[in-house]
Design a protein around this ligand. Structure first.
Ligand code: LRH
Ligand code: MN
Ligand code: MN
Length: 382
């Protein structure tokens, strides 16, 4: 396949929670025209797809996106020209989960948390989603607070139960995060922990890499290369971070890191290999829909540059130990302006060259700002 077809085939999923108001623990700034319910979030996600042509699905977060009839919500999405993607579970926003969810010392709380995860699989059945995304805020704030090892046992038990409930063609992605909200020890703090649990469970369990969930300086592309090699890279939660889990626009902080990650995806066969390219970006000051459009474009640009790497020249330089030559091959691709290539790609899809400008001209924002009053918070702090 040529570069254009490969870029056209890449699907980038946006998160429903990016469209509502969100913020920091200090303040959620309300914006005009934000969605009041999951149906309106889908309508906004459909705008991102309409102008980029590569964002045909939107991830749900339960219970932030709770509705009575998920099959009907899915049909509604199809009517808007998009589909429902990953189902994200939420076992972190209930008073019962103060000391953990699936790793909680009390079996009653563990049962409640696992039941929610099972309910998310029911929702997948109704929406036709093939991916369940699991993130656990479980962890400890103080040494001695609970038994670290026993919590791993409880986690394994819950994961095994959910794994057993997955149907044909369904999988779950286990997300890790170094810290926050737990500040001493998180139960799934890193890719190694997630990977070990997934390996034990089998092929329907894979790891998801949220690019904001590592210690500063972590070589994320190494993790990507390793997981892909093992068939355990299920997908990404893309966002940018300057300090911790900042959830800023993708590629804003470090476009070079995004390029390096996409280089490993391309060379490891991940572009065509079932890796979910999801965004997990939501912040408090940028307008929501353009923020998502920009992130989608940044993923596309990094992917285009990764596809431009002259693989033969790179392999030859590597074989001959030409350190500078090999590095130059990568930098040549990174320093190429791919915007004309992507404008051409969009023209071929019947889209305008500049999705940001096209959206701004569309009048959609003015329309929803007038129609929607009292939009909702995305869920954080809700
Ligand atoms: C946790 C996380 C996880 C949640 C999302 C809202 O920090 O990255 O993916 O589901 O944020
Ligand atoms: Mn995430
Ligand atoms: Mn996060």
């Amino acid at each position: 396949m040529d570069i254009t077809s490969r870029l056209r085939a890449q699907h980038i999923e946006t998160p429903s929670w990016a469209y509502g108001n969100s913020g920091t623990r200090f303040k959620v700034f309300a914006q005009q025209g934000v969605p009041r319910d999951p149906y309106e979030k889908l309508a906004d996600a459909a705008q991102v797809h309409a102008f980029t042509g590569v964002a045909p699905t939107v991830a749900l977060h339960i219970p932030w996106d709770r509705v009575d009839d998920y099959a009907e919500l899915s049909a509604h999405a199809r009517g808007l020209g998009i589909g429902i993607g990953a189902i994200n579970s939420n076992v972190f926003q209930d008073d019962d989960y103060m000391l953990g969810s699936v790793t909680h010392p009390d079996p009653r709380v563990r049962r409640k948390a696992t039941d929610h995860l099972l309910e998310c699989v029911d929702i997948m059945d109704a929406t036709g989603s093939d991916t369940l995304k699991l993130w656990f805020s479980d962890g400890l704030n103080y040494p001695g607070q609970d038994d670290i090892r026993a919590r791993q046992d409880r986690l394994a038990e819950a994961l095994a139960e959910v794994y057993g409930r997955l149907g044909e063609g369904q999988r779950f992605l286990l997300e890790y995060k170094l810290f926050e909200p737990a500040f001493y020890a998180t139960d799934v703090p890193d890719w190694g922990t997630a990977y070990a649990h997934c390996v034990k469970l089998g092929p329907k369990a894979q790891v998801v890499v949220d690019t904001g969930h590592h210690a500063p300086g972590t070589n994320i592309e190494f993790i990507v290369a390793f997981l892909l090699r093992e068939g355990k890279l299920g997908g990404f939660d893309f966002n940018s971070r300057f300090y911790a889990d900042d959830d800023l626009m993708v590629g804003a902080a470090d476009p070079f890191q995004l390029f390096r990650i996409m280089c490993e995806v391309v060379s490891g066969g991940g572009l065509e290999g079932g890796v979910a390219f999801m965004l997990d970006q939501c912040h408090n000051i940028e307008p929501k829909i353009p923020g998502q459009i920009r992130s989608v474009m940044n993923v596309q640009e990094a992917t285009a540059k990764a596809l431009l790497v002259d693989r033969e020249a790179l392999a030859a330089a590597q074989r001959s130990g030409d350190v500078l030559g090999a590095n130059a091959v990568l930098m040549d691709a990174y320093n190429t302006d791919v915007r004309p290539l992507l404008a051409g790609l969009r023209a071929g899809m019947g889209l305008e060259a500049d999705p940001m400008a096209a959206y701004a001209r569309s009048g959609y924002f003015e329309k929803v700002a007038a129609e929607r009053v009292g939009g909702t918070q995305a869920g954080w702090g809700a």
